[in-house]
Design a protein around this ligand. Sequence first.
Ligand SMILES: [Zn+2]
Length: 355
Amino acid sequence: HYKAGYEIVYTPHLGKAALWDVSGHLDFYREYMYAPMDIDGQEYFVKPMNCPFHIEIYKSAVRSYRDLPMRLAEMGTVYRYERSGVLHGLLRLRGFTQDDAHIFCRPDQVEEEVIRAVDFGIHYLRLFGFDDYLLCLSTRPEKYVGSIEEWDRATEALQQAIQVSGLEHEVDEGGGVFYGPKIDIHVRDPIGRSWQLTTVQFDFNLSERFDLAFIGQDGHQHRPYMVHRALLGSLERFLGVLIEHYAGAFPLWLAPVQVVLIPIADRHVEHARRVVSELEAAGLRVEVDERSERMQAKIRDAQLQKVPYMLVMGDKEVEAQAVAVRLRSGQDLGTMSVSAFVSRAVDEVRQRAAP
Ligand SMILES: [Zn+2]
């Protein structure tokens, strides 16, 4: 984010009723907000969105055309009331953290900002191993706020970003929300399910409600364009999608436990512990299975946990200061020195190799 020109911010989890009144949340989003709490006679609400706080940061100083674009990003935790019946694992929660950002820019910067945001989203999705995308553009509905000129300019910028990406897309004519057009990026997983992740959404409503302005080159006040942007969306939901995408068998760089050491008998545990410190020193996430189970049972359990590597060690390995390497697929890679295994694993992590 720093390289992409964002400033990282952290904003409060509570906001005064007056803030949610200006933002319109109390009028239009109340059913998703939790009950207010009274603090010294003032009503506060936990935040269902981060936007008003980023707007407050924007408004904390007079902004000139030279200050724009201003890109504020936050790992922002939000709280939304959902009926208990619709909660669903990691995919639908009452509190979650968004990789949220708001971009404030001049009209002449809209095209570049949108192209950059879409590109940034694809960059992240690719990084995590998604390579099948569908971009959806939602355009102006019958009821809308803002001017036709603003909508046209924003929609053109989104269309241009789609063209630049060269990716498959579809257009939902009139399917946008009332406050601005948007692009959603959907990814398809190996069994054909589609997940909406990245969103780039214009907002002509909040910029109006909060009376956002910048001083132009002409010395007059102008309204900046405001864009909401999330790349992975909710991190919890993204993790759920990732687990589904890989069916739990993460590539090495993402696996929560990358290596399980399996000493065959108690007398091999000491060797295993020495190997652990070598692997951990190389930055690998390691566990030792010290239970007095049979080796086959330990291997089976590690396979069920979809741990990428199992290192088995018995008398032969202890004597040679080596490890017998198995993959979760059951493939046996034979015996190798600890340092040979470390360089293989570290390399695989560095390349973020696919499983
Ligand atoms: Zn927002």
